[in-house]
Design a protein around this ligand. Sequence first.
Ligand code: ADP
Ligand code: MG
Length: 717
Amino acid sequence: MSENNRVHAINAIAERVPLAPTEELPPDASLSTYGEDVFGAKMIRKYLSKATAAKLLAVVNDYAPLDPSIADEVADGMKRWALAKGATHFTHWFQPLTGGTAEKHDAFLESRGQGEAIQRFSGSNLIGGEADASSFPSGGLRSTFEARGYTTWDPTSPAFIKRHANGATLCVPTAFCSYNGEALDAKTPLLRSLQALTHSVERLMGIFHQKKAHVSVTLGAEQEYFLVDRAFYMMRPDLLQTGRTVFGAAPAKHQQLDDHYYGSIRPRVLKFMTEVDHQLWKLGIPAKTRHNEVAPAQFELAPMFEDLNLAVDHNMLAMEILRRTAERNGFVCLLHEKPFEGVNGSGKHCNWSIAYGGRNLLEPGKSPKENAIFLTVLAAVIRAVDSHADILRSTTASAGNDHRLGGNEAPPAVISIYLGDQLAEIVEQLEKGDSGKSRSSAAPSALRVGVDTLPPLPRDATDRNRTSPFAFTGNKFEFRAPGSSQSCAYPEAVLNTIVAESLDYISDELAKSGKADFNDTLQKLLQKIIRKHSRVLFSGDGYASEWPAEAARRGLPNMPDTLSAIAPIVDRANQELFAKYGVFSPAEMKSRWEIERETYTSRVHIEGQVALSIARSMIRPVVADEFSKLATALSVARKDGLKVGTRGLKALALKLGAGLDDLHVKCERLDKALSHGTSADQLHEMASLRRTVDALERLVDDSRWPLPKYREMLFIY
Ligand code: ADP
Ligand code: MG
């Protein structure tokens, strides 16, 4: 490596002007291309017969069972649409347990011999496929002799077109299972959990004498990410291999001044964001908000909420489009939870709610009845999160998120709920309440469920507590602990299931009460729930150092790292709960635990190896060389009897020499931990090596430091 690679990179970046709009992606101010790459309702009606379109739309909108006899016609219509879009191939698009997405392309091609072929896509091509699953993680679910995995079309998420420079591919969202029907993907359990929750909501609404209506669970996933210039990225083996920097001294200025958050967006970034939005809109993904986040070079993309299953698919696509578009713009999009130490990490805020017949159940209504339903669902969520905090926490565990959760800016690893002042007061009134006795004996402030109305709750940003991992934000809950690179599928599947269980508990209790006054019974029940579970409510500062102790006093679990956080997945009671709701079988949970553990230990090990190799082969030579030059200069100066400069040379040589020795010792220790130690040992030695390297970064001749520095990566773009 030449001594000036960093300088070259900086010069190259300085010359990057915000490029002209990419030709194939002109800004679409009129939204005329919104959804044009999706086989949605309009295209379904255009390409299919009236009867078939009606049947398919009933599946899409009302989760009616799919009539397999329509598959051939649907496939044919889809193919004609896709061909008109320039697609040559189709793929089942699925989400294996790697946490990402997978595709295997097949051409719409059937040979007729004699150099002739026709384009074909049959109903069976559409409905199901077979894929060699042997190289996907299965956590022991599938033995190698049974290597096949099966993909099944998910008609509730529309097929879409994925474009590339030389054409396009028809993507059919699918689930992915083993021969025995065990889920090898993220979508299958999510769909099962939606079914369970729908069921529980319908049952409760029946008890409240609500007309039968459509249940929809909704998700709006806010996506945080960093952008770093590709020229820097290429010079950082750690970013390339692990997605995060394992070394890097803190720059003098990082985020102390809070001058990045919501700041004006630089032209080059805005061009990138506009391209991202435009592509998302073509796919019918309602990207709505874009802004600078708190850390330098950190940004956020937020779509409008949609049906949960669709929103999860859309978030997976959004991550892919962010990455791809970044590259086209000379950036790399970092979705890692903590790419840079000392500045904020990135999360994925999962905004979740339930609507019944189009009415949001987490929004206080106009009538006492609607308010009673609101409070009931609220109490169910509180009970669910408190009773199942361990399994909910497990869904956010990963090597990347470990650096973020509990960090100085991220929601802590303790799961608690923030309600906001006004709702907290309402819940307090409910807790104190008069157990539904006669009006006159009620304390003046007591709330009577089913009798009183509630004031509208504020939804503005002033009533926010950014330190809470699970916050009520006016008409929805925002689960902030999940990491930025994660799929929302697993956290949401777990949330759906524990809330379903809680709603069922409430339905059971209400059903038991027989002829007693309904409002009275409900009031007492909600009171009991709040009294039992109010320990999970916390409106203080989640970052405060006193909180973990207070949480422990309350008996709230605190699992600060992945290995402890995933343990509850194999807990007997949790396995029984998820089996009861048909979301995960015990074997599927065991497999998830296995995969999480394996992924975690592998990732930590890889990071350790990368750190070691950078330290030994990139840092040490530079330090050794500078030290030996100093040592030579010093001995020459002494021999020549120079009276000045030797003190300075000696002081520097001493520091560099000590740093060099230190580097040697710490590399040896990390090496040992990598061969014999636990993940915790490896992390410990990496952190220790990092301190030495970061101190050397401040000491060594800047022009020779091989790694782009934080002050460059975070500010020059
Ligand atoms: P913030 O201040 O956190 O950015 P917003 O009101 O902009 O809050 O909403 C953030 C996310 O929450 C958006 O994706 C939005 O669409 C989503 N959201 C709003 N209402 C609901 C709801 N009922 N269910 C699920 N998500 C919702
Ligand atoms: Mg938010």
